[in-house]
Design a protein around this ligand. Structure first.
Ligand SMILES: Nc1ncnc2c1ncn2[C@@H]1O[C@H](COP(=O)(O)OP(=O)(O)O)[C@@H](O)[C@H]1O
Ligand SMILES: [Mg+2]
Length: 383
């Protein structure tokens, strides 16, 4: 065999392999257009995707594959011009099969130029992305639904808590009036009626607290948790709260160990700080009955540091961050009641005041919650 014959054969074989490769690709339509947009080659993938056979399509203009809408706005020329200008043009659009049905196509159009730089035609590689699009659309639909559901829940919470608050306030007012009267006749009834009223009072307060925490959810969600800053002695607030919790601590058999610095004074929102302490204490009692509760208030430089420690059920490592999120709980609702809002609200308040709240805990041994609040009001707070 002459040198020439060997080269020619090698060339033919190489060309043959290349043709087989193109023809064999079934997942992509790969075809070429001449410079005017007429189809020059057409592979098996193109046959499969568009439904036209090679005989039918070679020589036809590529516009056969476009939707009437795209043709009306001059998409064909636009794409070819863009590919010719930039060398390459990529798009995702609808295309039409031989039977008239449509699919979403991802199309890369590449301009082919000869050695002198003259435009010879275009190569097009097309893939069917209908499934991908469908999945994306489905995901978007689900996301929209989810957002709507969350919005509906928040709206419901906000409405329900407002509605519940009105009758509660009225019951409380009436109760106070009754209490006054009972105090006057306390001799005759030996205080029994009055004691009962006190108990009802306690229950109403509990209900009011629950309703308030629901109200807080809607406030926080709507970014409307505002702070009324004033000079606050944290030790005083602590004593107040402990006074309110005395009976509950006794009933649960929790001995209180208290240690406080004097004069831990800062600019805070009294009611909001009260709320943090109440939430932590009620958790310590709820999740550590029969065990002592230690409360420690310190001034550390320019911050106040409050520690509430219990010796109850504790919290596993993997739940320790989650419990500060809204509605998150690490216990079964059969054993412990609650909304899972206390810690979330407490963290929102602490962070709103420029501070933070953290937990250290070991399951079975107890939990320690630490609240740190800067003394000097806060940068982002309003008065
Ligand atoms: N002192 C604690 N000991 C053990 N677990 C706690 C304690 N405080 C909070 N938790 C866990 O964190 C979860 C969230 O607490 P919280 O937001 O106060 O909601 P709730 O008390 O209504 O469940 C609780 O459900 C519980 O699993
Ligand atoms: Mg709680």
């Amino acid at each position: 065999m002459t040198e020439y014959a060997r080269v020619a054969r090698a060339l033919r074989e190489s060309e043959e392999r290349f043709r087989m490769l193109l023809a064999g690709v079934k997942d992509f339509a790969i075809f070429m257009l001449d410079a005017g947009g007429r189809v020059e080659t057409w592979n098996q993938g193109a046959e499969r995707l568009y439904g036209h056979s090679m005989e039918e399509l070679v020589g036809q203009h590529v516009s056969t594959l476009y939707t009437p809408e795209d043709l009306r706005v001059g998409r064909v020329d636009e794409e070819l011009a863009a590919a010719s200008h930039h060398g390459r043009y990529e798009s995702e659009c609808e295309r039409v099969r031989k039977d008239g049905s449509r699919f979403w196509a991802h199309v890369v159009t590449t301009a082919l130029r000869d050695e002198e730089g003259r435009l010879r035609g275009f190569a097009k590689v097309t893939r069917d992305v209908t499934e991908k699009r469908k999945a994306e659309e489905e995901k978007e639909r689900l996301l929209r639904e989810l957002k709507a559901a969350v919005a509906a829940r928040d709206e419901f919470l906000s409405m329900a808590s407002h509605e519940l608050k009105t009758p509660l306030t009225s019951v409380k007012l009436n109760l106070r009036a009754l209490e006054h009267r009972a105090e006057k006749t306390v001799e005759q009834t030996e205080g029994a009626g009055s004691r009962r009223l006190v108990r009802i009072h306690g229950q109403i307060d509990r209900l009011a607290k629950l309703v308030n925490s629901l109200l807080d959810v809607s406030r926080i969600t709507a970014n409307r948790l505002d702070f009324h800053l004033e000079e606050v002695d944290l030790g005083e607030v602590l004593q107040d709260v402990l006074g309110q919790f005395k009976e509950e601590l006794d009933r649960a058999g929790c001995a209180l160990h208290l240690r406080t610095d004097v004069g831990v004074v800062g600019r805070w929102d009294r009611l909001r700080v009260d709320q943090i302490i109440s939430n932590l204490l009620s958790n310590a009692i709820k999740y550590g009955p029969g065990k002592p509760v230690e409360v420690d208030l310190q001034r550390l430089g320019k911050s106040a540091r409050l520690v509430v420690r219990d010796h109850g059920i504790g919290i596993s490592e993997r739940d320790q961050e989650r419990i500060f999120d809204r509605f998150e709980r690490a216990v079964s609702s059969q054993h412990y009641g609650g909304f899972g809002l206390g810690l979330w609200i407490s963290r929102q308040i602490a962070e709103g005041l420029g501070g933070r709240i953290t937990v250290h805990s070991q399951p079975g041994l107890g939990s320690t919650f630490v609240v740190e609040l800067p003394l000097s009001g806060l940068p982002g707070g309003e008065e």
